[in-house]
Ligand binder design. Structure first.
Ligand SMILES: Nc1nc2c(c(=O)[nH]1)N[C@H]1C(S)=C(S)[C@@H](COP(=O)(O)OP(=O)(O)OC[C@H]3O[C@@H](n4cnc5c(=O)[nH]c(N)nc54)[C@H](O)[C@@H]3O)O[C@H]1N2
Ligand SMILES: Nc1nc2c(c(=O)[nH]1)N[C@H]1C(S)=C(S)[C@@H](COP(=O)(O)OP(=O)(O)OC[C@H]3O[C@@H](n4cnc5c(=O)[nH]c(N)nc54)[C@H](O)[C@@H]3O)O[C@H]1N2
Ligand code: SF4
Ligand SMILES: [Mo]
Length: 896
């Protein structure tokens, strides 16, 4: 295969969130693509640090079978033997695939084709089950097909923007910047989220509702719109079914505004304001994300939102529509190819008339299963039972991301053959792999992704493939050839796969009426594929003119249902299945932080991305903290339904949390912390319609973690964390820096530092400073003038050492005299503690910012001029605004 790198500066797409920003990339740097219609040149902090994540340390660079590095031939035989053997002995249903919304469309298509079309197993599911499946199910119920009606421009055109269960400022930052930029006179923003977030900084009205009560709020809205005569009866008559039934169940669930307010734990006046604004504003967009989807009532929550849009005729119009924000870069593409267990391919379902025959004929094989396969949570239960003998996991880290992590790990340990394709060698999931396949990562692989607004963009390679790394489509096709399906998998490159996918979508559209149509792209030449400009589906065969995409769907009121009419869905109220109790009195809300991506396998490589939040944490309301006896900066332990697997994190006391609820980040895995797994606290209960887990609503008991000492250890990178290190502490969390590794440590028993430090420092320290009475100890080890390790111990988490400065000390071949003198202080003499990091791009801390505000730089612009914070990617602007509000209020004199 051709592994030559592309010439410099390639137009590609960001591999993180579903905004799908265009990136101009070369090995040494990236910047936003001005011409890309998703971002027009902007990038958030994760996107702008992409080039810092390209280093190959930690990469899986060769195939491995049961621990041994092997050739591709050996690995491919091992995979195909395991599959063939399981099929022969236990039938095709004993083989399962667990895929990912981070695969490219071409990878995804080939995996689905091999699994369903040739091996004949229905058990193909994807991590999109944890992410988008409630929205998918709701789209199908309402519109007849899984289609997002609107486009990003609608966020700018809307006069009322409702953000439900979305922290877009952190999770979809560039789209959020577009929302922010269009903040013009009269435009209103409502945020519906139990937490105060960076996103709610933009809100004119923040409905901080009780978690899980969104159906009540939107049922109440439907009933209220009806009562006020604010529904669009003409639209309902002409284009919709099911209004009366939906209305009646809404009225039962939410008989009055005061009842809504009571059940959602909101002020009556706030609910009324929201309802009135909604009624008054034809140009309303309701964007929703995981606070809606990840619930036992996820599908109902989505439909309750869509019902209100249908009842007001606000679908597919400029500035008006319900908008499901896609999480992963290619969650949408995965849905197109049929990656979910209940779908076949090209938006065709098992029960779509004629679909099985069409697909079998198209692929020239008749192995397609009869009925849908198991959805993610049930799939891993089947693995646990022993029904699945071979499990191939691609591009996802289920040991961390599925609920009830201990049980998932048990299932993986029991499975006879676990195959994992990943770009990293050591993840919590690769630890269970019998066969490891090294996958090409971003910058090395080549194909397409589809973003939240149905826009297909090219991801291109600009780096050579390191080691024996191969793209996913290549390894899947190679296994297919080993299994004897060579004719159907003879692809020379991703363009071949894409043309086949586009042709199948075209055929499906003609024969079964699906809206997803890519026939306009099925005859692209290799060069045209290479240069494909971002385009929104459906893309129909051009009749005459050039190829064009479609920004909005259903604008004409014709839907993808058999009778062309949209459906309002009767939504009853299902509250969260995991309810707090005496033993576990707190609700656990789990979500994202600004600078990390999921299980951190890539974003943790850019050390500045770990400076905003650098260890697992627990956000807790001040009243709860007081009651439980927690102190800011101490450590806390959350014990969930599986008491044996707690979560330990740094306590952050904040009024952002409602009482009785805590927030934890989802990102820390066993690679980065001793006990930082949020999914330990989430039971595996799912939405009965979509199968999506209730990942936003665990329950737990919180206690302080008593410690006698806390420490920071920095050590040269060639000294990885060892079992012996673990035994010396109760808590650790790893923070890779550019020139060394660093850890937060804490322990509950006394340590004889003078003796024991050597174990952590890889040898006797050379300089030491101890104050036994105060419980302080500081030491450094220097070999031939080069710094090897620093250990700073105190009774509690002390003023942060200046990590950037210490990191530079590790970079020095020879420590300077000043560096040596300041080592044990943890910072250069003339610098001060700048506080918690806010701006990752220019490394500006909270204390500097509040200092500047007090000195009169009291606006985002003024802060940018003096400190530069917020002037690059803009991801920290919501926090700057929060600090401005807090500080300026504090500065205002109290009136007499
Ligand atoms: N920085 C960063 N960005 C990302 C990702 C990442 O890992 N890091 N991942 C991407 C992916 S795959 C996804 S799916 C998206 C997710 O994007 P979001 O869904 O915006 O992010 P989350 O933090 O998971 O959750 C959003 C909000 O839901 C709220 N919530 C919890 N329970 C409820 C409830 O009952 N009702 C309501 N109304 N709200 C509730 C939470 O408080 C939280 O603020 O982000 C994408 N973008
Ligand atoms: N409690 C709780 N749990 C959640 C969520 C939550 O909000 N709360 N969110 C859920 C959601 S929405 C999601 S999307 C999931 C995400 O969870 P995961 O999908 O498990 O998380 P990632 O870290 O993105 O895993 C991607 C893996 O693929 C690897 N990889 C990267 N690129 C490639 C490639 O090109 N090919 C291959 N083969 N491998 C690659 C990475 O190294 C990494 O190991 O988590 C879910 N879990
Ligand atoms: S918003 Fe950030 S993470 Fe999402 S696609 Fe754009 S640059 Fe990437
Ligand atoms: Mo997601």
């Amino acid at each position: 295969m051709d592994t030559r790198p592309e010439p410099a500066l390639v137009a590609t797409t960001c591999p993180y969130c579903g905004v799908g920003c265009g990136v101009m990339a070369e090995p040494s740097g990236v910047h936003g693509n001005q011409a890309h219609p998703a971002n027009f040149g902007r990038l958030c902090v994760k996107g702008s640090a992409l080039h810092e994540t390209l280093k190959t340390d930690g990469r899986l660079l060769e195939p491995r079978v049961r621990g041994d590095a092997v050739s591709w031939d050996t690995a491919l035989s091992a995979v195909s033997d395991a599959i063939a053997d399981a099929v022969a002995r236990f039938g095709p249903g004993s083989v399962a695939f667990y895929l990912s919304g981070q695969l490219l469309t071409e990878d995804y298509f080939v995996a689905n084709k091999l699994a369903k079309g040739f091996i004949g197993t229905p058990h193909v599911d994807t991590n999109s089950r944890l992410c988008m499946s409630s929205a998918v199910a709701a789209h199908k119920r309402a519109f007849g097909e899984d289609c997002v009606p609107g486009c990003y421009e609608d966020f700018e055109l809307a006069d009322l923007l409702v953000l439900a269960g979305s922290n877009a400022a952190w999770a979809h930052p560039v789209l959020y910047q577009r929302m922010e930029a269009s903040h013009r006179a009269g435009r209103r923003v409502v945020v519906i989220d139990p937490r105060k977030t960076a996103t709610s900084e933009l809100a004119d009205l923040h409905l901080q509702l009780k978690p899980g009560t969104d159906t009540i709020l939107f049922n109440g809205l439907l009933a209220w719109l009806n009562e006020q005569g604010a529904v669009d009866q003409d639209y309902l008559d002409a284009h919709c079914d099911g209004y009366q039934e939906a209305l009646e169940s809404a009225q039962r669930a939410a008989p009055s505004v005061s009842e809504v307010a009571r059940q959602c734990d909101l002020e009556v006046a706030d609910v009324e304001t929201f309802y009135q604004w909604y009624a008054d504003t034809p140009r309303t967009v309701t964007a929703f994300s995981q606070g809606i989807n990840q619930s036992v009532a996820g599908t109902d929550k989505c439909n309750a939102i869509i019902n209100c849009h249908l009842a007001t005729g606000r679908v597919g119009k400029p500035g008006a529509g319900p908008f499901s924000l896609t999480g992963q870069p290619n969650a949408m593409g995965g849905r197109e190819v049929g990656g979910l267990a209940n779908t076949l391919a090209a938006h065709m379902e098992y029960d779509t008339p004629g679909a099985r025959e069409l697909i079998s004929g198209f692929w020239g094989n008749d192995a397609l299963p009869e009925s849908p396969g198991l959805k993610a949570v049930d799939l891993f239960e089947a693995v646990h039972r022993g029904d699945i003998r071979v499990l191939w996991i691609m591009g996802t880290n289920p040991a961390v991301s599925l609920p009830d992590s201990p049980r998932v790990r048990q299932a993986l340990a029991r499975c006879p053959t676990v195959i994992v394709s990943d770009c990293m060698a050591e993840t919590d999931t690769t630890a269970f792999a019998d066969i490891l396949l090294p996958a090409a990562g971003w910058g090395e692989k080549d194909g397409t992704v589809t973003n939240s607004e149905r826009r297909v963009s090219r991801q291109k390679s600009f780096l050579p493939l390191p080691g024996d790394v191969r793209p996913d489509w290549w390894m899947i096709s190679a296994v297919a050839r080993e299994l004897g399906y060579g004719d159907a998998f003879s692809y020379q490159g991703p363009a071949d796969v894409f043309r086949e996918h586009a042709a199948l979508c075209g055929l499906a559209s003609v024969r079964t009426g699906t809206i997803l149509d890519l026939s306009g792209l099925q005859n692209l030449s290799d060069d045209e594929y290479q240069g494909l400009e971002p385009i929104q589906w459906p893309v129909r065969s051009p009749s005459g003119g050039g190829i064009s995409g479609t920004p909005r769907l259903f604008s004409d009121g014709v839907f993808a249902t058999p009778n062309g009419r949209a459906r309002l869905v009767s939504v009853e109220t299902a509250l969260p299945a995991q309810q707090p109790s005496g033993a576990r009195p707190l609700v656990v809300n789990a979500g994202r932080i600004r600078d990390q991506w999921h299980t951190m396998t890539r974003t943790a490589k850019a050390s500045r991305l770990l400076s905003h939040r650098s260890e697992p944490f627990i956000e807790v309301n001040p009243e709860d903290a007081r009651r439980i006896g927690l102190s800011e900066g101490g450590l806390g332990r959350l014990s969930g339904h599986d008491g044996a697997s707690p979560y330990v994190g740094r306590i952050r006391i904040t009024g952002n949390q409602r009482q009785g609820e805590v927030f934890v980040p989802i990102h820390w895995s066993g690679q980065f912390a001793s006990q930082g797994l949020a999914s330990n606290l989430i039971a595996a209960v799912t939405d009965p319609v979509s199968g999506q887990p209730e990942s936003k609503h665990g329950t737990a008991e919180l206690k302080p973690l008593a410690t006698r000492w806390q420490a920071r250890l920095l050590r040269r990178g060639d000294n990885p964390w060892r079992q012996e290190d673990e035994a010396l502490c109760d808590y650790w969390s790893r923070q890779p820096l550019s020139h060394c590794e660093s850890w937060w440590l804490a322990g509950g028993w006394p340590v004889h530092w003078q003796q024991d430090a050597a174990s952590w420092m890889g040898g006797e320290p050379d300089v030491m400073l101890a104050d036994a009475a105060e419980g302080r100890f500081r030491a450094a080890r220097i070999v031939d003038g080069q710094l090897q390790a620093v250990l700073l111990v105190g009774p509690c988490a002390e003023a942060l050492p200046d990590l950037a400065w210490l990191d530079q000390c590790f970079a020095a071949e020879q420590l300077s005299r000043e560096q040596r003198q300041c080592l044990l202080a943890g910072r250069a003499v003339d610098t001060e503690d700048t506080g918690n990091l806010v701006c990752s791009c220019f490394q500006v801390g909270e204390k500097q910012i509040t200092g500047a505000i007090c000195a009169g730089h009291a606006s985002v612009d003024a802060l940018g001029k003096t400190l530069k914070c917020g002037t690059n990617c803009g991801s920290c602007i919501p926090e700057l605004r929060g600090l401005l509000e807090k500080t300026v209020v504090a500065l205002e004199p109290v009136s007499p």
